[in-house]
Design a protein around this ligand. Structure first.
Ligand code: DC
Length: 233
């Protein structure tokens, strides 16, 4: 039985700084799909946990806190805003400190269980581009189209450094590359839902590709799937 009433599910996984967010947003725009940035959801959860002063080692307190998490992604004036327990946290979740904290709290079962449930509810009807680390392996192993987007650590660090500098953050390239490598290790080395390429994912190395090149490749494969499955565009 086809549960997808709005289109197919497109999963984009890969390490931090590979360009997933930009590509997911623009691909969703091209296809008239909804972008779901699951990393932003983990970041919002990390912020709320830190603000509440919860010790991540206290799993039973963490579990009851996570069951009450209310995190949503809304689109305001063409930009995605992250609303966590009623507050707009879009900008506050993007600092280098929040990136590392998020990578740590995302190893914890109560956090992953809570977010997995809401991500499945948000995406099950299709017509979505979900980006993250475990979309094609855990959240939607049955996604119709899966990509694994990567780039060299140097290139990802360079892009992240540029992005943070534009926002006025005081960062250096060396530190940013070190952060990227540290997060890669945390994200791929954890026990629960580690970052890895799904067997049926299409790998794209974006190190030497423009965003347009990546999008064209993805859109082409999307059209082939739609043609093959007869799903309405
Ligand atoms: O994509 P991002 O850099 O905003 O993600 C922040 C962190 O959240 C990342 O280090 C790992 C975690 N994450 C995860 O564990 N699973 C996901 N599906 C998405 C992100």
């Amino acid at each position: 039985m086809n549960k997808r009433t709005n289109g197919i599910i497109i999963a984009i996984d890969g390490p931090s700084g590979a360009g997933k967010s930009t590509v997911a947003r623009l691909l969703a725009d091209r296809l008239g799909y909804r972008q779901i940035d699951t990393g932003a959801m983990y970041r919002a959860a990390a912020l709320l946990i830190a603000q509440a002063g919860i010790d991540p080692g206290d799993l039973s307190t963490l579990e009851s806190f996570c069951q009450k998490l209310d995190i949503s992604l809304v689109h305001v004036d063409g930009r995605q805003a992250v609303i966590a327990n009623g507050s707009d946290v879009t900008d506050r979740i993007r600092t280098p400190e929040m990136s590392l904290l998020t990578s740590r709290i995302s190893t914890l079962k109560p956090v992953r269980d809570a977010l997995l449930k809401s991500q499945r509810m948000m995406g099950v009807g299709g017509g979505v581009v979900l980006e993250g680390r475990d979309i094609g392996t855990v959240v939607f192993p049955d996604a119709e189209l899966k990509f694994y987007l990567s780039a060299s650590a140097e290139e990802r660090g360079r892009r992240r450094c540029e992005e943070l500098s534009e926002k006025g953050e005081q960062v250096t390239l060396v530190d940013t590359i070190a952060d990227v490598v540290k997060r890669d290790l945390q994200d791929s080395g954890r026990d629960l839902a580690p970052l890895r390429q799904a067997e049926d994912a299409i790998a794209i190395d974006s190190s030497h590709l423009t965003v347009e090149d990546v999008l064209d490749k993805m859109e082409h494969l999307y059209k082939e799937i739609i043609k093959a499955t007869g799903t309405a565009l």
